[in-house]
Design a protein around this ligand. Structure first.
Ligand SMILES: *Cc1c(COP(=O)(O)O)cnc(C)c1O
Length: 435
């Protein structure tokens, strides 16, 4: 057995997890962190730098989670840390406007083609909540269409069939959401237009918005089939409902202008999060002026936040976005392509009949030979095999997203060396599984 496959000592993580279970439900502050679906216990992280994280037992891993995609430059990027430190010295929160939040908003408006005005909030969940409220107010309609496997945060109206957490733990929809609220949301399959037209014809005057992850990244990576996003735009126009792109993951991940720029399809409203905070809590909702101006204090749609535009989050986000240059996306795509090509070659060579989905710098390896174009297809994956694979990769020093239904992310901190190590680990793991 190769040296790297010997057992890793993770006893300190286990001790902390047992302690955590006494005071935190499930021992974690967000469900997918629990490693439950991969039949394991979570690692407690002690520090992170560039492409690496270390656990409390001092094991070092190449990190493909990157705080669920938020860290496009990897951990503790020097320029980002400097700006956070500068901001910290000037106080942690003002509860009043400041110039940096304006600069971040201007940068978002300049970068994301469909956004004319934007408001900062504290999380992606809040951004979606506000976008849906705006859509309902603007159209004076009450129903929302979403797609199964798309995750839009944990607010009541979007909590059905919402991706990883649900797939991982086998929860179809959440108790605690009232029937009336649940009934306002219609969940349809992604990458398929027939059911969407059927529903819109059935409720032509009731649908306020169609909300979608333009590239699904919360059920594993599932790209839109050719023409799908264009059709969503056409259908939304035809039925006078709004099209909302939830770009909390894809925003500044697929290009500076997100998926809407990459696929050249413009939504009415866009939600952002993750990368725009560079690893600090933030979210944003933006779109057409006439819709955004419905927000208080100029409009009557209420939305507020004690810590919105927080100076530290803003400094971190701004430094992150300013560190993106014209080579960033080329580099990310090239390194991701290289990694995925090597993985595919190994699969062919070792007879591993798996499905690799990829868009930009995000990818997922599904343990099924079927083409994965929807959540329903993703669920055909063998999650037991994924769990085994995940644990083997961990033993080989690679920290992947701990669920079959999550995306893996590269960052600009990945060098040739990390790619080589990952491919080596992949070879060891797949050989072990398919020998
Ligand atoms: C992460 C995510 C959210 C929720 O963002 P939080 O900051 O975790 O509330 C919403 N939509 C998408 C597409 C996401 O990936």
């Amino acid at each position: 057995m190769p040296e790297t496959l010997t057992h890793k000592n993770t006893s300190e993580s286990l001790k902390l997890f047992e302690r955590a279970c006494n005071v935190i439900p499930g021992g974690v502050n967000s469900p997918v962190r629990s490693f439950k679906s991969v039949e394991s216990n979570p690692l407690f992280i002690s520090k992170a730098k560039d492409a690496f994280i270390w656990d409390v037992d001092n094991n070092k891993y190449i990190d493909f989670v990157n705080s669920w995609g938020a860290l496009i430059h990897g951990h503790a990027h020097e320029k980002v840390i400097i700006e956070i430190e500068k901001a910290l010295a000037k106080g942690t929160s003002y509860g009043a406007p400041h110039e940096n939040e304006l600069e971040l908003c201007e940068l978002i408006v300049q970068s994301v083609p469909s956004i004319e005005k934007v408001r900062l909030v504290n999380s992606g969940t809040e951004a979606v909540m506000t976008a849906l409220r705006l859509a309902k107010a603007y159209t004076k309609r009450n129903k929302i269409v979403k797609f199964s496997g798309c995750y839009h945060g944990h607010s009541d109206s979007v909590l059905s069939m919402s991706g990883s957490g649900f797939a991982t733990f086998g929860i179809p929809s959440s108790p605690g959401v009232s029937k009336n609220t649940a009934n306002e949301t219609i969940t349809l399959p992604y990458n398929e237009l027939f059911s969407l037209e059927l529903i819109l014809n059935k409720y032509p005057n009731d649908i306020a918005a169609i909300i979608v992850e333009p590239v699904m990244a919360n059920a594993g990576v599932i790209p839109p089939i050719k023409g799908y996003l264009e059709s969503l735009r056409t259908i939304a126009n035809k039925f006078h409902c709004l099209l909302i792109f939830d770009e909390v993951i894809t925003g500044f991940r697929l290009s500076k202008g997100g998926a809407q720029e990459k696929f050249n399809v413009m939504p009415d409203l866009t939600t952002l999060g993750k990368i725009i905070g560079g690893g600090m809590p933030i979210g944003a909702v933006g779109g057409k002026k006439e819709i955004m101006d419905l927000l208080a204090p100029i409009g009557s749609v209420y939305q507020a936040g004690t810590l919105s535009g927080n100076p530290i989050s803003v400094a971190c986000g701004l430094a992150t976005l300013k560190s993106i240059d014209k080579n960033t996306y080329t580099y990310l795509e090239e390194t991701t392509n290289e990694l995925c090509e090597e993985v595919s070659k190994l699969n062919d060579k070792l007879g591993a009949n798996l499905t690799l989905n990829k868009t930009g710098s995000m990818f997922s390896l599904f343990f099924t030979k079927e083409r994965v174009t929807s959540f329903e297809k993703a669920k055909l994956s063998n999650t037991k095999s994924f769990a085994q694979f995940f644990k083997l990769m961990l033993l080989n020093g690679i920290y992947l997203a701990p669920s079959q239904f999550e995306a893996n992310f590269l960052s600009t901190a990945f060098s040739k060396e990390e790619l080589t190590k990952t491919i080596e680990a992949y070879k060891n793991s797949i050989t072990e599984m398919f020998k």
